[in-house]
Design a binder for this molecule. Sequence first.
Ligand code: RIB
Ligand code: CA
Length: 356
Amino acid sequence: MRQRIIMDVDTGVDDSLALLYLLASPEAEITGIAATAGNVPAAQVAINNLAWLELAGAPDIEVALGAVEPLEVPLRTTEDTHGPQGVGYAELPAPTRQISARSAADLWVASAREHPGELIGLCTGPLTNLALALRAEPELPRLLRRLVIMGGAFNHPGNTTPTNEWNIHVDPEAAKIVFDAFSAAPADRRPIVCALDITETIEMRPAHLTRLAERAGSLPIETVSPDDPPGARSAADNPIIRHVTDAVRFYFDFHQAYDLGYLAHMHDPFAAAVALDPALACTRPATVDVELAGTLTRATTVADWAGMWGRPPNADIVVATDPDRFFDRLIARIGDFARARIPGDSAPDRVAAEPG
Ligand code: RIB
Ligand code: CA
């Protein structure tokens, strides 16, 4: 049976790859997409998802608009990280589809009630709309089959302040509501948390994009380089490969500008892969809480691994994975998906099959 999954995203270059990964995964059925303000404003997030869905020839999946602002603080966006529209240098064809008439929080509640015990939740952006959904439906932790959250940093530096991670930084009050709501969840319903400790080991490099283009049978085969002339854009004949390449190039440039190397941390597609197959990750239970009052540490996620607080675990934190295994699966799935969306078969003979 296909796995029903609701995505809550702040698309976002890596959120884009998470969407394509799920669209390319035959075992996944995306029941809806909640557009959360984060990397870019919620309305732009919604447009980005509608545009990717149309480009990919995907079915008419509901895209619902999230809250304009976080619960208590003004919205902060990060166009310097993900590009002016949130999809790097990609210029996606404007979507013709419309956003849903209902809100992102209503989408969460209705979807969970419609599929009690079956729905997987995947959060790759701030937790604003999941928190609003929990206020409307406190039973959500028991209605969901699984929740996977990309967010936080535990025994690892932050990427937004020295100690906090972007998705939590944008709306720490929402994050606290979510982790508190799962404090009484049974062990098999604890959120799986993909934090920077692990997602910053998921380093996409130009060679991965080249492998992806080869798998898709796209031409010409390109290798993105920091030495490319300014304004360089992909000429790939496969539209998914072309737009993914242009999106990720911006993310490479951003990581290089911050001395992280010419690479891109693929936080969100990793979380998507774990949402479909938790066996990709080794996890360890902990009690997670979110600092709200610290002057230096606000929005920092804190893990009590040893029960010092006397509170039961409310999260399963990913502590180990195999990045190469993940990239093999991402390249095989999105590459085959992209190939299948080109009319006819202009692609050359398939390159050696890779494990999927
Ligand atoms: O800190 C990384 C996370 O923040 C990713 O989800 C990225 O898309 C941004 O939302
Ligand atoms: Ca994201």
